[in-house]
Design a protein around this ligand. Structure first.
Ligand SMILES: CC(=O)N[C@@H](CCC[C@H](N)C(=O)O)C(=O)O
Length: 376
């Protein structure tokens, strides 16, 4: 019978119980139960909403190193068919936060048992997928009192083989803004369109128009994305829809482009109001600061990764993904990096299945890096 490592077993337990942002109650309980099994001599544990801070007191601290993991899942119905698939119907760890948490627990376990000179702060952060836990956690009294001198985090990368670390100095992830547009016209009988204002037609036209913003209004060398991930509207097949709602996200590499994209969206929505004789409201939901890696710390980490025997390092390009860890990096020097997990299905896919061999390998690599950095 094959046996799995304790942190793979933890990942599977966590995989079964994905919870959405700020509802991570079972996840928090699971994490706390585990953390309380560790030697407690050097640990200080504080909860914050559904998140957790764990400080590991060093033996001769000169600085504090922060390590952040996100803990929330997504509203995606899992289709992996795995024996440890989600037990929370309609939710899934489809962005790898289960893997992120198990690696964080692996590191915490090591350093609770083998403290280094410097203090460590482990941050188990809720709501990365939305509405964003990093910013309020950073502003919390706890983190203002326990403010790390540097901070790091990883994200799984399905497209890279296990054993790969990828990152770059400077900009790594985009600026993001959610986008919700509500359209309200006039419902009516399907056979009498001239007596109604059809919001399904207005919504379809708006979605198509929005695509032209990236193609025609943004400098091609300054990338942007507008994705509408969900459209809803109407009630039944033979009634003209009075209301429709578009739900999406905007990504830009520069802050200026984000401003420009929003101005163009607002102009187009004004146009839809006139053309389709309807009301419309725009809500930008939550916005995330770009992820900008500290050049010096990242370059040093890259050298460490390049010299580490079992790691293949790739200097990657920036990506249009968003991460509220960007708020932490805007305040505390540090960096984020990709960890290869080799899945044929990508992030946010219902069949995402990370190769679990990456977990113990990442724990070993990061243990070596943090030990080196925290004893320097
Ligand atoms: C790493 C990752 O996939 N992050 C999410 C962050 C989403 C932020 C927000 N809900 C939005 O959609 O703008 C991503 O989709 O990139």
């Amino acid at each position: 019978m094959s046996s799995i490592s304790p942190f793979v077993a933890i990942r599977r337990d966590l995989h079964k119980i994905p919870e959405l942002g700020f509802q991570e109650f079972k996840t928090q309980q699971y994490l706390l139960r585990y953390i309380h099994t560790l030697p407690q001599e050097r640990l200080e544990i504080k909860t914050w909403k559904t998140g957790i801070f764990v400080k590991v007191n060093g033996t001769d601290p000169r600085k504090m190193i922060g390590y952040r993991t996100d803990i929330d899942g997504l509203p995606i119905k899992e289709e992996t068919g795995l024996p440890y698939r989600s037990e929370h119907e309609g939710n899934m760890h489809a962005c790898g936060h289960d893997v992120h948490m198990s690696i964080a627990l692996g590191l915490l376990t090591h350093f609770a048992e083998h403290p280094i000179k410097d203090d460590l702060l482990f941050i188990f952060q809720p709501a990365e997928e939305g509405p964003g836990g990093a910013k309020p956690m950073l502003e919390s009294e706890i983190m203002q009192a326990w403010k790390p001198d540097m901070i790091i985090a990883l994200h799984i990368a399905p497209e890279y083989p296990v054993g790969t670390i990828a990152t770059k100095e400077g900009l790594l992830f985009a600026n993001t803004s959610e986008l919700f547009i509500d359209l309200k016209g006039k419902g009516g009988h399907a056979a009498f369109p001239h007596l109604a204002n059809d919001m399904v037609v207005a919504a379809c036209s708006l979605v198509t128009q929005l695509q032209s913003i990236v193609a025609r209004n943004v400098d091609p060398l300054d990338s942007a994305v507008i994705t509408i991930g969900k459209i809803s509207g109407g009630t039944v097949q033979n009634v003209i829809a009075e209301c429709a709602r578009l739900e999406g996200t905007i990504r830009t590499l520069s802050v200026d482009s984000m401003k420009k994209v929003k101005e163009r969206i607002e102009a187009m929505v004004d146009g839809i109001k006139v053309a389709y004789q309807c009301d419309a409201e725009i809500d930008y939901g939550s916005m995330y600061h770009q992820v900008y890696n500290d050049p010096g710390l990242t370059a040093e980490f890259i050298r460490f990764a390049e010299d580490y025997p079992e790691i293949r390092f790739i200097r990657c390009k920036e990506a249009m993904t968003g991460e509220d860890f960007g708020y932490m990096l805007a305040d505390i020097p540090g960096f984020m990096f990709w960890l290869g997990v080799d899945s044929p299905y990508g992030l946010h896919h219902a069949k995402l299945a990370p190769n679990e061999a990456a977990i113990d390998q990442a724990i070993a690599f990061l243990t070596a890096y943090i030990t080196w950095k925290g004893n320097k």
